[in-house]
Design a protein around this ligand. Structure first.
Ligand code: ATP
Ligand code: MG
Length: 297
């Protein structure tokens, strides 16, 4: 069992339901299930389900922030959020299991204060050395936080703790040009954009939903074909991929088996309504369908 510290700077309470939404009309749907939402929390949920100790930090405030901490704990993680004056944002997502479509409506994050950012850095300096791996996931609540991931990467480098970042936009660009770029990133096709800016990453996994992944690793390049499944809700599949890869690596699997485990985890998530609630058994059930091919350089 390893200790993993996750950072979700812009978490939310994700209200999940099923049913089809029709615009410009009243939509009556089933119960809304609140979920601790955000990439770091999705990754943490999967890792906790693999028996790891997960410490979950981020910014959280208001009654929604209290609920976020409760949901995080109920998912088997240790909540360690920095309290903000601004309340935690909310999101709404409905899945149409018949058509496999998914509609979501999300609030923007609210700015955090300079003092709150300072408390986050203090906490990171105190906690990073406890972790075997730091996982940063998702957006930041406001442009004033665009240096946050770069600063956390610097702390991780100082403490010699590996840090993976699954993010995009300005906060990721800053992280990539910093003195200590992320050891690993997993952009999807859209986030990858023009490509060159990802070069500082030691290891890059470029994903594209159900299509082939392209992997650049110090041991070589690989193409990975995920299992064929009926897609229900792909939200969080990237997070499941990263969490499963982390588990596979921390448990000493070979690189090829790590890639197979990760791709199967993403697919297992996409085949379900809920988000990042997959178990090791769900992954094992389809792992044989993953194809990994080394690519000649
Ligand atoms: N429809 C699908 N069929 C099979 N596998 C899938 C499907 N969607 C996702 N996966 C698996 O999950 C991995 C990550 O998916 P994807 O490229 O959608 O990530 P993402 O866009 O980063 O997702 P998110 O950011 O919502 O977590 C894929 O590489 C694949 O292994
Ligand atoms: Mg992603």
């Amino acid at each position: 069992m390893a200790t993993i510290l996750t950072l979700t700077a812009n978490p939310m309470i994700d209200y999940l339901t099923t049913g089809r939404i029709v615009a410009d009309s009243v939509n009556r749907l089933g119960h809304f299930t609140p979920l601790a939402g955000g990439k770091g929390l999705n990754m943490g949920r999967v890792l906790a389900r693999h028996g790891h100790r997960v410490i979950a930090t981020g910014f959280a405030g208001g009654t929604e922030g209290d609920l976020l901490a409760d949901l995080t704990a109920a998912d088997g993680m240790e909540p360690a959020f920095i309290t903000t004056a601004a309340r935690t944002r909310m999101g709404f997502i409905t899945i149409d299991p018949e058509r496999g479509g998914c509609t979501s409506v999300l609030e923007h994050g609210s700015p955090v204060t300079t003092a709150e950012l300072g408390t986050m850095m203090q906490q990171m300096r105190a906690m990073v050395s406890e972790a075997d791996l730091v996982l940063i996931g998702g957006s930041v609540p406001h442009d004033t936080c665009n240096g946050l991931y770069r600063q956390v990467l610097d702390i991780c480098a100082l403490e010699k703790v590996t840090c993976w970042v699954d993010a995009y936009g300005a906060v990721m660009d800053e992280a990539l040009i910093g003195a200590n770029p992320p050891a690993f990133a997993k952009p999807n096709k859209e986030e990858y954009g023009k490509g060159r800016r990802w070069l500082p990453c030691r290891e890059l996994h470029l994903s594209d939903g159900g299509n082939e992944l392209k992997i650049r690793h110090p041991e070589g390049r690989f193409r990975v074909k995920p299992p064929k499944i009926k897609t229900i809700n792909p939200v969080g599949s990237g997070d499941c991929y990263v969490a499963a890869l982390a588990h596979a690596r921390l448990s000493g699997m070979t690189l090829i088996d790590q890639l197979r485990y990760a791709a199967a985890a993403g697919a297992a998530n996409a085949a379900r309504v809920d988000i990042a609630r997959i178990s090791p058994a769900d992954i094992r059930a389809i792992i044989d369908q993953v194809d990994v091919t080394p690519v000649k350089e």
